[in-house]
Design a protein around this ligand. Structure first.
Ligand code: ATP
Ligand code: MG
Length: 587
């Protein structure tokens, strides 16, 4: 199926983008130059918290809005850069008082509340390592991550403590302190915990930010667990260099923007681009404390005058499911730039953005391991729907075939499928997998970092996602991209989401099986199944179209919204389901 490139956004707001000439930036850019744009600290030190808040708080931006918290039925709660800096310093003093040393780990388990943001920044200011835990995790995933990370301090709420931490606390010998944010009106904090607000009240707002070296560890993120057991990924303070550069070029963040990143701070996007990058750019942002709700989201985009919006395919598909009319019921006069990350962005969704908002979604590709956006569509370039775009200046990408002898060869031709690889050396590259050195080493071959994703590059240098190496289907000698099949299924008027896997076939090796979720108001029937099959055959041809289609009430997804094809496969084949800690809806 052919999609035409989208040359120019049709939205009302036009503005000179930060990145004006992609080719020129690729030629002239260096990471040293980007690092020199940051404030830095004496003696070559670099600290993410200092770059994110303190440098602004000590200057003209002190009273500028940093974060606006929105919650149902409550007035917005605003924090300025000055207030955020003072609160994070208080928290850094709390850690000092608790005897937390540099490099020790501090985790959060809570929703999008102000204390979370204070903890992130205060932990980094103190030179400790911050580790987010997704707030919907139950006791087992919490225990596994706190244990693996040898976390010293956990900040959580009284409710979460009672439900998720108290049952496993005795099994976490490294966890010395649990600080609890009390629910207003609730009684004393649970036994064995300390009152977060009480400690903060008595702590001083003055703190000299730790002079961390760019190579000191700053962040510990666990991956989404889409392909297996989540891995602990370590990042250093140097990552902020890439966060700022990519926030400017890809998200096009500029001084007076109102930015909204819908990713939860339990995951890497929610920290890199939901906390540090926008703050480091001195940009004010929206944090919505509520869960997804289509009318509410449109209201926020409209009434908060959001200018730049970074969201995810799963959210876009849910908005599409709710119908474009709902989107069109409001106006978005301030909206200027839309971007997406986390999963392949179907061409249908890119084009839907134009219909709903007058703007296309710009796909961006990266991973927990890369720490920052690596491949993207830019405001200054045409969007090719279905393509991830081109590597950010400073990043060299390639499509390679890893060899058994430890090397890797680049593909010979455009459009040839291989593994998406990056040349190491960008500042936010992960510095290790926690307790898994061998696994880390195996990611590098022939001078490349191998991403585990398959992709192709066209003759103009645009990258196209094919699938995760584990998910790609080999049928009768063809390499079939689940993404391509899913994208075509989604163009059927009744289908809202699709998950495609390979099932064993005695002749072809594998056959394509699709699981589809229907749009609101549609019901499953044999006639509809045949119609979807016919649609897929017309678009894809019989060799690639699914042989079988099953209706699914809800596809298994990770808590960050990614379709878990490995689980569809395991269930189909009656195999063990593996680690389910990040499955949406799991305890
Ligand atoms: P795990 O590594 O535990 O299996 P995960 O890979 O889903 O989980 P993340 O680091 O959160 O964990 O996700 C990165 C992956 O998400 C990428 O490797 C890729 O497969 C997918 N992804 C992210 N953005 C895009 C995109 N724009 N297009 C296609 N795939 C994407
Ligand atoms: Mg991964």
């Amino acid at each position: 199926m052919e999609w035409s490139p989208i040359a120019k956004p049709r939205g009302a707001v036009r503005r000179e983008p930060c990145l004006k000439d992609y080719e020129e930036a690729r030629r002239t850019f260096s990471w040293d130059q980007a690092a020199a744009q940051l404030a830095g600290l004496p003696g070559g030190a670099l600290n993410i918290a200092y770059e994110s808040v303190d440098r602004h708080a000590s200057g003209a931006a002190r009273d500028r809005l940093a974060i606006r918290f929105l919650a149902q039925g409550a007035d917005p709660h605003d924090l300025t850069f000055g207030e955020l800096s003072a609160a994070s310093h208080r928290f850094a003093n709390v850690l000092k008082q608790l005897g937390v040393k540099r490099g020790e780990r501090v985790a959060t388990l809570m929703g999008r509340v102000p204390a979370l943001y204070t903890t992130v920044l205060g932990t980094l200011a103190a030179g400790a390592v911050y580790c987010p835990l997704f707030s919907a995790f139950g006791p087992e995933p919490v225990k596994a991550r706190l244990g693996l990370g040898a976390v010293r301090v956990l900040v959580t709420t009284d409710l979460f403590y009672r439900r998720k931490v108290a049952p496993i606390r005795a099994e976490l010998p490294d966890l010395r302190h649990v600080l609890v944010v009390r629910t207003p009106g609730a009684g004393d904090v649970p036994e064995g915990t300390t009152d977060f607000d009480e400690l903060m009240r008595t702590a001083s707002p003055e703190y000299e930010v730790a002079r961390t070296s760019p190579e000191d560890y700053a962040l510990l993120h666990f991956t989404s667990g889409t392909t297996g057991k989540p891995k602990g990924v370590l990042h250093a303070h140097a990552a902020i260099v890439a966060h700022v550069a990519t926030a400017r070029w890809v998200l096009d963040l500029q001084d007076d923007d109102v930015y909204w990143c819908t990713a939860d701070p339990g995951w890497v996007t929610g920290i890199s681009y939901g906390v540090v990058a926008p703050l480091a750019c001195g940009v004010g942002m929206i944090v919505d404390r509520e869960e997804f709700d289509a009318p509410r989201w449109y209201e926020i985009l409209d009434t908060q005058r959001v200018t730049v919006w970074y969201t995810a395919p799963t959210a876009i598909r849910m908005l599409m499911k709710a119908g474009v009319e709902l989107a069109k019921a409001r106006q978005y006069p301030s909206l200027r730039h839309l971007a997406s990350v986390g999963e392949p962005l179907n061409p249908e969704a890119v084009v839907w953005g134009v219909e709903a908002f007058g703007l296309p979604f710009h796909d961006t590709w990266w991973q927990t391991e890369t720490g920052a956006i690596m491949i993207a569509n830019y405001p200054c370039m045409e969007v090719r729907p279905g393509s991830m775009g081109r590597p950010v200046p400073g990043v060299e990408a390639g499509i390679v075939h890893p060899r058994d002898d430890g090397g890797a060869d680049e593909v010979a031709q455009p459009d040839e499928v291989g593994e998406l690889a990056l040349r190491p050396g960008w500042p936010s590259m992960f510095r290790g997998y926690l307790n898994e050195d061998e696994r880390y080493r195996k990611c590098f071959r022939g001078g490349w970092y191998l991403s585990g994703d398959l992709a192709k590059r066209d003759a103009d240098g645009y990258y196209w996602f094919v699938g995760r190496a584990d998910d790609v289907i080999k049928a009768a000698g063809h390499l079939i991209s689940p993404f391509e099949v899913e994208s075509v299924l989604m163009t059927h008027p009744s289908v809202s989401q699709a998950g495609v896997i390979g099932v064993p076939d005695p002749v072809a090796g594998s056959a394509v099986k699709a699981f589809v979720e229907l749009k609101a108001g549609q019901s499953a029937s044999e006639a509809l199944r045949k119609d979807i099959l016919a649609h897929a055959r017309r678009q894809l041809g019989v060799a690639v179209a699914p042989r079988e289609i099953a209706f699914s009430e809800q596809l298994p997804r990770t808590r960050s919204g990614k379709i878990m094809r490995r689980l569809l496969r395991a269930r189909e084949l009656g195999l063990p389901e593996g680690d389910l800690s990040t499955l949406e809806g799991a305890p």
